[in-house]
Design a binder for this molecule. Sequence first.
Ligand SMILES: Nc1ncnc2c1ncn2[C@@H]1O[C@H](COP(=O)(O)OP(=O)(O)OP(=O)(O)O)[C@@H](O)[C@H]1O
Length: 952
Amino acid sequence: MTEEFGGSNIQVVCRFRPLNTLEKQMGGGEVVDFDGKTCKLNNKNGKHDFTFDHIFKSGSKQGDLFNVVGKPVVEDIFKGYNGTVFVYGQTGSGKSYTMMGPNEDHKGYCTDSNLKGLIPRMIEEIFDRVENSDPDIEFTIQISYIEIYLEKIRDLLDPHHQDLKIKEDRESGRGVYIKGATEEYVTSVEEVYNLLKVGAGNRVVSSTRMNDESSRSHSIFIITIGQKHLVNLDSKTGKLFLVDLAGSEKVKKTGASGQTLEEAKNINKSLSALGMVINALTDGVSKFVPYRDSKLTRLLQDSLGGNSRTTLIINCSMSSYNEDETLSTLRFGFRAKNIKNKPKVNRELSAKELQKLLDKAKEEIRELKEYTNGIEEELKIYKKGGIKTEIKIQDPTETTSKESDAKEADLKRQELEEKLNELLPTLSKYREKCVLLEKELVEEKQFRNRIMDENIQLKDEINQAKEEGAQSLEDIHILKEQLKEKSDYLATAESYRNDLEKIIQLKTNECQEVKDSMKEERRKLEYVVKEKDSEVEEHKKQMEHYCRQLNESKIQLLTLQSKQDDPDLELVMNFIDKKFKKITKTAKKESDRDRLRKRRESFLTLRKIKTDLKNIQEEMDESDDDSDDDGDETGDTDFNEAEFMLPSPPQEVVLQIPPTPTAIDDSDYFTEPVVTNEEAPSSVFTQVPESERLSEALERIRELEVTNKNLKSERDNLLEDLSNRVDKVIELEVQLDEITDKYNTLSNQNIIKKYSRKIEWLERNLEQVTVNLSQVHNENSEIIMKLSLAEKKIRMKEERLTELNNIIVEQTRKAKKEADMFVEERSKLNDTINTLKRELDILKHTKIVTVPPPQIEIENTSSKVRRPLRGGGSKPKKTEEDEYFSSPGSTAELDVELDSSGSSASKYATIRKPSTASTHRRSTFSLKELFFGKSKSENINLDAQNVDLDDK
Ligand SMILES: Nc1ncnc2c1ncn2[C@@H]1O[C@H](COP(=O)(O)OP(=O)(O)OP(=O)(O)O)[C@@H](O)[C@H]1O
């Protein structure tokens, strides 16, 4: 059974050690002042005050520390509490010195009465207390000694155990323990010292710049003290953890490297885990304490915030050389002060205790029954009228006759029988009750176990749910971050798209502008073309005029021909006419679309005609030359020139065909004047003398030729300008197409595709994230619901548990009451039996008992076997009787004195050895043991012939 008391804070004491050689060498002074329980550290950053439960200045004695810290802890352990003393501080600050004392002869402990540390003093105190305890209390003392080195638990009492595991057993009240660790039973201080020596030999210690013998591991010395009151069977257990932590160290200062560096890393890691546990226990916010982060914290779980009375000793240096470390140590201790523990007295569970009580009661009933049966049997013998041969019945009066004695005996027998008959149902009633109680207890225990299992399961569920919740929250957080990232990305993409759209718009505007400008250009061009057309028209008219004149000249030529009968000239004229007609025809057929091409073709045709004409001219010239040679014609060079120039006008006319076919009817144009000109000659030839007209015509032809040339060049210019403009238009159109293409390409190009893909992907992701988010929200709310449900369940279970506890308490109370009643009844029964016995005694004579030697428990020298100690003496000592009985085969004739006064009468018998008959010594055998208990278990037989029971 565990008795809980109000929570108590961890006690924190602070110890300073004197400056060491290194600190003196470094030349720094002392930086700590004291004011009662407050120490003040003055460093470069100012003053820091820390108040503790006790402060031990540098000159403090080991004994003072024991009186303040050690003694009360030992007292607590004997009360059944768990206790812990642990020392914390930087390397070389005096932790091992405080715990063990100086390790001068490398034994692992110190026995110097002034210098020995807490552990030796506490061990001695424990054995002193056992020595001075109630002799009815049986003690067991067990020792374990382990170290945590490089995050592995090593058994210092058995180095074969290298990596022990930590286990927890709340149900049995054992709490956190190390599975497989050696637990040696000890019965003396010397035995413990031996173990300390063994342990110290197995510990890992190295030399560093800060400490010649630096502990490289956390050592834990565990003392378990069990107590059992042999009379009331009350039992309790106290466990004491004495922890010497490895020192925190600055690698730079200690000069750790290689293995020591690895050790330093592990030491600092586990110490920081210890710091985290203390933070979580004291910050008032943390719901979770990370005990499982290191072996050290896991092992100290009960000592920090659990079932233990804990004292923390912080060891510091006063030197300015170590002021930073001292400050951090003081802060650590100051924080630890706020840890609240819940120490409980570790008593046997009520169920067990009750079970034992019940067993005891059952045993007593059985014994009583046997005893009554014995009496019954004796009575039967009397009833038969005989006297048991072994029993000499002493007649106290010597005056009553045998007959009256028999009658009286008969009556007594009847009375006894009646009383026995009355007693038997009571006994069976008790037996039944015991069975019932036993059953109830088993059921109750099972129920309680079930509830506890359920509770643990629920707690696990809650923890899981909490973990899941935390995970979900984390997921939500991650998703939110992703969402944010994606939204940012989306926004960037959006802005990029907007920029692109703007660029496209700009380009489109530019295109539009170019189109507009082109349109404008076209319009201008059309205007110019129109102008040029009108100019051409003008020229055409002029040409008409010239043509007419040409026709006139032609007519004149014809006339001349008729006069000269020149067949070649006629041929030329015909040819020209033909060509004119042909060209007119061709021009008429030209469509608007192919105009330009046709023009060029016409131009080529005309050029061909011109070449033909030139050829004809040349032929004519040749013929002229021939005629000249013949001497037929003289001084007709003008005519020849005119002849030579003749083809030009039609060529120009053709070239100047207006752009719209409807505008000019070429056939009309060419036929009409001819008709007019055909009519004209009569008048012309009649008015002007022929040679004048001819020269005039030639003059005009020349003029025409010049004009033609001008017109030609102008036309060429115009054509060139036109083609330039057309080219420009084409170029612009090509540009426009290019821009459009570019735009299309751009919109189709990878960037846009990529971005649109990305945008799509982001949108999809966004959707997914939203879905996930809502899912997570749902899950979260589900978890919260589950959590609240589970909490509700736990609350209900807890309520149920309290209810059950109350029931158990009630049941225990009832059982106790019943047990009391039973004891009362039993004493009544005893009284009755005593009365019966007394009555029977009248009939009895003194008996001699031959007691064979009781089997004395042989002391087992193996310390792993339970070795109890009795209060008042270090272990159950052999009494004179024990020694006597222990000699094999010896028998003793003992006088057994029965003390009839009070209830103890049934309990003790005085045994007298024949040789020392005068000395009456009280043995530890109870009457019950003597007659019933030991008679079975320890072979003590009643021999009526050898036992003398006197009247007392
Ligand atoms: N209060 C003290 N008075 C005198 N000497 C002391 C005191 N405390 C410590 N010392 C001496 O200081 C040295 C270092 O002490 P100790 O080995 O106990 O340090 P530690 O904190 O256990 O170091 P580590 O963590 O490295 O094991 C030892 O030589 C020890 O004797």
